[in-house]
Each structure stands twice: as structure tokens, then as C-alpha cells.
Design a protein around this ligand. Structure first.
Ligand SMILES: NC(=O)c1ccc[n+]([C@@H]2O[C@H](COP(=O)([O-])OP(=O)(O)OC[C@H]3O[C@@H](n4cnc5c(N)ncnc54)[C@H](OP(=O)(O)O)[C@@H]3O)[C@@H](O)[C@H]2O)c1
Length: 323
């Protein structure tokens, strides 16, 4: 048995319930992980509200680090006591223990602590996929990052700088602006200003090569207005609500633009893709090119409060839930 956050209906943070649940022994190809740190992600909010609906009742959470405490049959490369971390497309990391497929776990190197590992498996791998594969950032590119002080955003700002980009960052408050500046952004704009005009001014009326937009509904059309001809809009989140349908002609009018709507799991679907991406991520963190800012922690059983703060834009950097 273990303690876990479960939801039995969709709704506000109050639907999160702290319960005793059965875990059981690992089946073939599985291990049982005892979590030491759990990552909070905006996708947890979508799953709680039903924007991304699955079967109920359900666990919640897709990112964690911990220690292996039991191994099922046919698992060769992991052993009891190994420090591991993961992001899984099946929710359930808001728990003290869970079963997980061994081929979706990575071993955590000694130079990365558990909280950092739990903060980067979903958020850091997303940052890497977006910058290295969705649109491959080139030295000298001007790029625009929304929600730049957030969990994914703050990692993206630093990684993009390392790639030689000129990073324009949009944030929701002065304190977040300061944080993003400290992490290397070239130009930081509050979301309350006319940021389309500011982006065009900063790029000598050219526009940026790529916009990374996780805000969604509230920013989508204005993000298109920030792009140079043949530029790419990467719409990868819905913090303000899902993007409304739009006419492809809007892309033609603004300069034959590209729009893509990526999901991390499609970029790490094979074991080699996962291990290569994780190794690159750990390397970037290990050498200090990307600093992982954990802005706040909560007890796992208080996850509802973490959700309230995330949705109210009160968090910065990554948030960790402690079992
Ligand atoms: N596609 C994928 O595979 C993938 C993977 C991971 C994450 N994501 C997406 O990436 C985004 C960031 O995720 P995260 O977990 O790191 O969250 P986060 O960025 O730490 O938190 C969301 C931030 O969005 C900003 N925001 C703007 N308008 C908002 C609104 N109406 N309501 C709430 N927040 C608003 C807030 O920053 P300001 O106050 O500075 O505006 C807030 O702090 C999310 O949209 C998430 O869905 C996508």
C-alpha cells in the first residue's frame, strides 16, 4: 500500500484527495519506485480540470525522481537501490510509490540531486526537444519565449542563450522579469505591454525566427504577428486556455509561416531517443549551462495548494512536491 493523490472527478484543486492505494509487486518489465521528489507541471492542471480527460478515478503527475525498491522479471539494467528519474505519459507520480516501466526510467548521475532530477525530466526534456528538434535554434536567431520565468521557460531561456540565440522573454510580473534577466534573457517584456511592437522594434522590424508559446489562447494570434517571413510558431501549451481554430490563410498573410503543436512524448518515444535526450540534459545541467531554479516546494499531500499557486501565476521556476 502507499499514499497517493487521486482524483475521482474533474474540477478545481479541491478534487485532489490524499488516499491509501494498492501498489503491488512489479510485473514483467516493471520496477517499483519509492519517490523522493515529484515534479509539478501545468499538464497536471489540464488533467485535473478535464481539459485532457482520461479514465476516472485516476492518479496525477508525470514527473518524479526516486529509488528502486523492487524489480520485476525481465529487467536487466536496473537494480534495487538505483537512483532513477522519469517522465511518464501515464499519470501517477503524485504518490509515495508507484510501478513504472523500466525502459522509461533513466539513472540519475551523482552530480544531480533528486529535487533537480524531478524538476527536469518533463520540463527539461521539453525545453531540449523544442529548441533542438521542433525548431532547431541557430546562433544569432532572435527568438521569443512566453512564460519565461516558468518551469519550462526558465530552462529554455538559458539553453537558447547557450545555443547563441538572442532571447526575448515575456513574463507576468516585475519579480519574474528580474529572475529571467538574471538567467540571461536579452530583452524582458511584461505581458501587459504592447509586446508585438516591442519585438518588432528589437528586431529592426524583421520579426523573430521562432516563438515558443505555452500561454495559448490569450497570445496565439499576437505570437504570429511577431514572426519574420517563414518563421515558426511553436504552440506547446494552454496555460490561458486552448487555442481557438484559425484559418491557414492567416499564415500566408503574415509571410508563409509554420505552426506546430508538439508533445514531448512523441520526441522520446524510443529508448535511444530518451537516453540521448536525458544524457544531453544532464550534461547541460552538470556543466552549469542550465541552472535549475526550484522556486517553491510543498508537501505532496498539499498538492492542491501548489495547483492554486501555479494557476494564479504565483510560482516561478520549477515546483517540487515532497512525499
Ligand atoms: N507540449 C508539451 O509536451 C509540454 C511539455 C511540458 C510543458 N508544456 C507546457 O508548457 C507550459 C509551461 O509549463 P510549466 O509546467 O513549466 O508551467 P509554468 O510555466 O511554470 O507556469 C505557467 C506560467 O504561464 C504563465 N501564464 C500566462 N497566462 C496564464 C494564465 N492565464 N494562467 C496561468 N498561467 C499563465 C504564468 O507565467 P507569468 O506570470 O510570467 O505570465 C505561469 O507561471 C504549460 O503551458 C505546459 O502545458 C508543454
Amino acid at each position: 500500500m502507499t499514499q497517493a493523490i487521486r482524483i475521482h472527478s474533474y474540477g478545481g484543486p479541491d478534487v485532489l484527495k490524499w488516499e491509501t492505494v494498492e501498489v503491488g509487486d512489479p510485473a514483467s518489465g516493471q520496477v517499483r519506485v519509492r519517490h523522493t521528489a515529484v515534479g509539478l507541471n501545468f499538464i497536471d492542471v489540464y488533467e485535473r480540470t478535464g481539459l485532457y480527460a482520461g479514465a476516472l478515478p485516476s492518479g496525477l503527475g508525470r514527473e518524479a525522481a526516486g529509488v528502486i525498491e523492487a524489480i520485476g522479471p525481465d529487467v536487466d539494467d536496473l537494480k534495487v537501490g538505483d537512483r532513477v528519474a522519469y517522465t511518464l505519459s501515464v499519470a501517477g507520480s503524485y504518490s509515495e510509490r508507484r510501478l513504472a516501466p523500466a525502459d522509461r526510467l533513466v539513472k540519475v548521475p551523482d552530480f544531480i540531486d533528486d529535487r533537480t532530477a524531478a524538476a527536469i525530466m518533463l520540463k527539461g526534456l521539453t525545453a531540449r526537444a523544442l529548441l533542438r528538434r521542433t525548431y532547431r535554434v541557430q546562433p544569432g536567431d532572435a527568438i521569443l519565449v512566453h512564460a519565461a520565468a516558468g518551469g519550462v521557460g526558465l530552462l529554455m531561456v538559458q539553453w537558447a542563450k547557450r545555443l547563441g540565440a538572442r532571447v526575448i522573454a515575456i513574463v507576468g510580473s516585475d519579480s519574474k522579469a528580474k529572475l529571467v534577466k538574471e538567467h540571461g534573457a536579452d530583452l524582458v517584456l511584461l505581458d501587459t505591454v504592447d509586446w508585438v511592437a516591442a519585438v518588432r522594434d528589437y528586431t529592426n522590424k524583421q520579426g523573430v525566427a521562432v516563438v515558443y508559446d505555452s500561454v495559448g489562447q490569450a497570445t496565439f494570434m499576437r505570437s504570429l504577428d511577431c514572426l519574420k517571413p517563414l518563421g515558426t510558431l511553436v504552440t506547446y501549451g494552454n496555460a490561458s486556455g486552448p487555442v481557438a481554430p484559425f484559418a491557414p490563410l492567416e499564415l500566408a498573410k503574415r509571410g508563409s509561416l509554420f505552426v506546430t503543436r508538439p508533445i514531448l512524448y512523441h520526441y522520446i518515444s524510443t529508448r535511444p531517443e530518451l537516453t540521448e535526450a536525458a544524457a544531453d540534459l544532464f550534461d547541460m545541467v552538470g556543466k552549469g549551462a542550465v541552472r535549475v531554479h526550484i522556486g517553491q516546494t510543498y508537501a505532496l499531500r498539499d498538492a492542491a495548494q501548489a495547483h492554486r499557486d501555479l494557476e494564479a501565476r504565483r510560482t516561478s521556476g520549477a515546483t517540487i512536491l515532497l512525499p
